[in-house]
Design a protein around this ligand. Structure first.
Ligand code: DX5
Ligand code: ZN
Length: 213
């Protein structure tokens, strides 16, 4: 199981300190929002580059943007390991996945809670990851929608693509995510809201390891 921490809920006046506090995470998850695909605007490639300068952890860029292909190359920079686009913004998932591969990054596709796996199933062989959203994208700190665990199970049964779960993830639900078949957990508020981020990350690891055995 890999754990990524989303820094969306960090204090951006000291973002570097937030990155330092989550050194125990496997990855840093960066939520890029354009104010079109989702109402909020978060940050762009300058912040991604600043985070890359601060840590050696692999970066996952989650593009909550319209026309993701117009942006993908800019984010397929040093340190970015995976770029995840939204199925809802991509008429041709296979083409986007190919372009991301050509840009040298792993290709992820995210599914909003109401978007069924069937929307991308035809192109899943071209993907490195499916990111199952457990909240409506656009903000951190939302409650985990347990119904998406059925989608995780469905994907896990249908293929062997890496499955991520993103939104509202924390110690209370990581074991269920692991049992459903998740390989990567993205957590923001549950980690950064704690004084001891490393301890929350350790707890999540322990609870997933116990449940998978
Ligand atoms: C929501 C983002 C998530 C979110 C996770 O649109 O994609 O990555 O920041 O943060 P929490 O764990 O607070 O939901
Ligand atoms: Zn995200």
């Amino acid at each position: 199981m890999e754990i990524a921490v989303s820094v969306l809920s960090a204090d951006f006046s000291v973002l570097g300190e937030a990155v330092d506090r989550v050194a125990a995470a496997d990855r840093i998850h960066l939520d890029v929002m354009d104010g079109h695909f989702v109402p909020a605007i978060s940050f762009g490639s300058p912040v991604v580059e600043a985070v890359d300068d601060r840590t050696d952890q692999p970066l996952d860029v989650h593009l909550m943007v319209d026309r993701p292909l117009a942006h993908a190359d800019r984010f397929a920079e040093r340190g970015v390991e995976t770029v995840t686009v939204h199925a809802e913004a991509c008429p041709d998932v296979r083409r986007v996945a190919t372009r991301l591969g050509e840009a040298g990054v792993d290709a992820g596709v995210a599914l909003n809670p109401e978007t069924p796996f069937s929307v991308i199933e035809h192109a899943v062989d071209a993907l490195d990851r499916v990111l199952v959203m457990a909240v409506t994208p656009g903000a951190g700190g939302q409650p985990f929608q347990r119904a998406v665990l059925e989608k995780v199970r469905r994907i896990d049964e249908a293929c062997d693509v890496e499955i991520g779960v993103d939104g509202g993830v924390g110690p209370a639900n990581v074991a269920d995510c692991a049992e459903a078949g998740a390989d990567l957990l993205v957590s923001g508020t549950a980690v950064l809201g704690s004084e001891d981020c490393a301890s929350v990350i350790r707890t999540m690891r322990r609870r997933t390891e116990r449940r998978i055995q």
